[in-house]
Design a binder for this molecule. Structure first.
Ligand code: UDP
Ligand code: MG
Length: 157
């Protein structure tokens, strides 16, 4: 069994336009998660509808679909122990004013629509959402610590 989970994270257009990409990624990295895939993209109609299929018919759905396509998004796969719940914890509640202080949404957002980040709500959603945005060959889960890199460097040639 795979000991680590992977989850899908997107920095939404408000986060990208406000220059918060580095701040958001830093929180995941300093927690100890691995960012194993990363790209900036314009979300297509098909991707937006697939991503938010569970919300179709809700009052906020049309604005959500329009909003997620209103500018570039930074999409990521984030991996680590209990990463699905852990990333949601770092993100905070959907409504920034209900999110705990210290979370991304509490610290960087004011209203629900522009809440900076998306994170999958279950392992199943994560796998479904990753497949909407990434091919498996775009995900790189190998990591090395500095001592491994130094040893490799010294042993080279
Ligand atoms: N949303 C909104 N108004 C609402 C509920 C949700 O604008 O009343 C937006 C918000 O950006 C949220 C996204 O729709 O992040 C998806 O909603 P969900 O309930 O899945 O929240 P999340 O999983 O992102 O916390
Ligand atoms: Mg959700």
């Amino acid at each position: 069994m795979r000991p680590e989970e992977r989850t899908f994270v997107a920095i939404k257009p408000d986060g990208v336009q406000r220059g918060l990409v580095g701040e958001v990624i830093k929180r995941f990295e300093t927690k100890g998660y691995k960012v194993t895939a990363l790209k900036m993209l314009q979300v297509t109609d098909a991707q937006a509808k697939a991503h938010y299929a569970e919300h179709e018919g809700k009052p906020f759905y049309p604005r959500l679909i329009r909003y997620i396509q209103s500018g570039p998004v930074v999409a990521m796969v984030v991996e680590g122990y209990n990463a699905v719940a852990g990333v949601r914890h770092l993100m905070g509640s959907t409504d920034p004013d209900k999110a705990e202080v210290g979370t991304i949404r509490a610290d960087f957002a004011q209203v629900m629509e522009y809440n900076v980040v998306h994170g999958s709500d279950s392992v199943e959603s994560a796998e479904r959402e990753i497949a909407i945005y990434f091919d498996e060959n775009e995900i790189f889960d190998e990591r090395k610590c500095m001592s491994e890199l130094v040893t490799e460097y010294l042993d080279a040639d």
